[in-house]
Each structure stands twice: as structure tokens, then as C-alpha cells.
Ligand binder design. Sequence first.
Ligand code: SF4
Length: 399
Amino acid sequence: MSAVAAEEQAKAERPEPLGLYVHVPFCASTCDFCAFYQVSPTAESVRCFVNRLSAEAALIGWDRPLSTVFWGGGTPGLLSPADLGRVAEVVHGIPGGASPGEWTVELAPSSVTRERLAVLRSAGVTRVSLGVQSFRPALLAALGRAHTRERVHRAYERVRAAGFASVNLDLMFALPGQTAAEWEADIDEAVALAPDHISTYCLTFEEDTALWVKLSQGRVRLDAENEARMYERTWERLGAAGYAQYEISNFARPGHACVHNLNTWRMGEWAGLGPSAASQMGGWRGANVADLPKWAERVGRGERMTEDRTALSAALLAEDALVFGLRMNAGVDLGPLRARSPEAPWARVEALIDRLAAEGLAARDGSQVRLEARGRLLADSVGSEVMVAFGQPAAPVAC
Ligand code: SF4
């Protein structure tokens, strides 16, 4: 057998990646921009969450080992070291959960203690994502964040000292009152810490958040031109510092791209545990109810993924793989998508791609399509146009 044939055979025999997302729904307070489901923890609610998590994991027919694990929230770091250990035991009880290829935990800087880090390290966590957002006290206050710049530095030092294989810093820009110089100073301060990965999110105004109320009252304003400038400066500055952009908001040193997120954006499969967690597996996409008591009650009845349940068709997966794939710098190979979903309206999609290429927003090399930098600035609109080409109503365009 030739080397190429052997590689093809090995690829065919390799199981498709399977991710696990655990939503830890506890926060000490609510940040002004946040639309995630979260509640203040009590001893009773934490006990209920941990117990039901294990019951929910037992409802799933695991057909292959986990490739990646991601704990988000909420604030997983609000759990005590003992409770973090209990949640880790739930993961260890799932096939492949004792040593997935990548295991990320999101931590708020104010929750980082040596004791928690020691529990996470010995559980098998490989990657820590710190929710920094900004180093400027006034901007942190404007976001309703509970940490200080000093706290971020101390948390980072502790995470590094604990020896995790990969560390990410989350930053936010286009914050109310933030100047371009302040944003660039935030990027520089993050780069000076030398993390392996940096995520930069443009602030979005989600309905039913404190920030949305301020926007609707005219107390903060949107500035699309400023946002575009900040995007471009981010890409230039992080690129010059050795962080390769692989998705609109994500930059990594070689070998440190987030494998869990890549699987999600490529429309792979993942199981979500916990209130509000989304799942995509076994031909279905859906979410758990965003309410801790209701989630616990339903799991107790043997029910999960009861909200927004959608049967996955090849056309829907192809559409979403294109929408999310165009947000990645490598772009998308249309060949496998066409093969997987020959009945999708490819003539309309091809016409759209030709137009985007003619406008200088996209580039095409055979069946590989990617957005140019100018196209990435308009990625939300492009995604909306892809959905229209597939016959869906256009999604509202954010930031
Ligand atoms: S810590 Fe994260 S999940 Fe909690 S309120 Fe703030 S942004 Fe939302």
C-alpha cells in the first residue's frame, strides 16, 4: 500500500472528533454586556448542578471517546476546589474523558487560586482561558467586571506556574468610551504576558442586557468606523507579534489553535451538559433549557436537549459549515460540502461567491474559498447572504 493510500485508510478509520461542552451556570454578579445564562451560586444550587450533571452524562449513548472538553459559563472558577473535582469526575466517567486531546476551562481572573489550579491540573485540564477583557480600570468598571489589572497579572502568573500546556487571554474592544490608543495598549499588555492564544471580541449589544438598555437610552453609542479600525489594528498588531489569525476573533502561536472550537465551527459533533448547553450529535442539534431548576427536573425525568431541537440535514450542515468556515482564515473547501449535500442550492451559492470575489471580498483557489481581510470585516453580512442563498431568512447583523 502506498503512503498516500495508507494515510487515506488511517483517516477513514479514525473516528470523527467528539467534543464535550459543560456549562457551569454560576457568576458572582452579572456583567453589563452578558447574555449567557447564569445565576448566583448557593450551596444548594451547586450541589444540585453537580449531581444532575452526572445524571445527564449517563443519558447519552457515547459511541466514541471524547476528543476535546471545554468548560465554560458562567464562571467555572466560582466552584470550590472540591466541586471542581466532582465535575472532573463526571468527565472522567465518559469514554476518553480521562485524557482528551485538549481540555479547556474558562476562568475569571478573580477566581484563580493555587488550590483550584492544582485540582484542574491533576484532573487533566490542558488549557486555561482567562476572561481578561481589558487591563484598564475604567473600562473594566464600564463592563461591570469584578477584577483589577493587578488581579489579571497575578492570575496569569499562577496559571503559568501551574504548568498548563496552553493559556488563552480573552480581550474585548469597541467598549463604551474606549479609544484606539487604549485598545492598542490592551493588546500590547496582553502580548507582553506571552500567552499562547489571544481571543479578541468586538463588544456586541445583546437584548436584555444592561448595556442594551444604555444603548437604547442613548448613554452609549455604536461607532462602526471605529470598530473596523480596531479590527484592522488588532490583526496587524497581533500578526506582527507572532500570533497567526485563524478565525475572525482568534489568534494563536503555532500549535495552539483551540481544537474544540475548530470542531464546532467545522460542524463536527459535540455534547453539551448543563443548563442552556447546546449539543450537536446523533443527527440532532438542540439545547438544554436555560433554567437550573427546570434543567435538573428534566434530567431527572431522563430528558435533555429539549429546546430548539432541529433534525440535522446535510444541507443545513453544509450551510452552517460555510457560514462559520468563511470566518476562518483558511476558509472552506466546497468540494466535500457539495459531495455531502448535492441537493443544496449550489448555483446560488456559487453566484454569491463569484460576486464576493469580484468585489474583492473573497478569494477562490479551485474549490477552496476564503474571505479577504475586507471580507472578514463584513463577515456577519456575508454569513447572512450565505443563509439567504440557502433559502433561510437573513440573520440580524451584529457588530
Ligand atoms: S463572568 Fe462571564 S458569564 Fe458571568 S456575567 Fe460576566 S460575562 Fe457573563
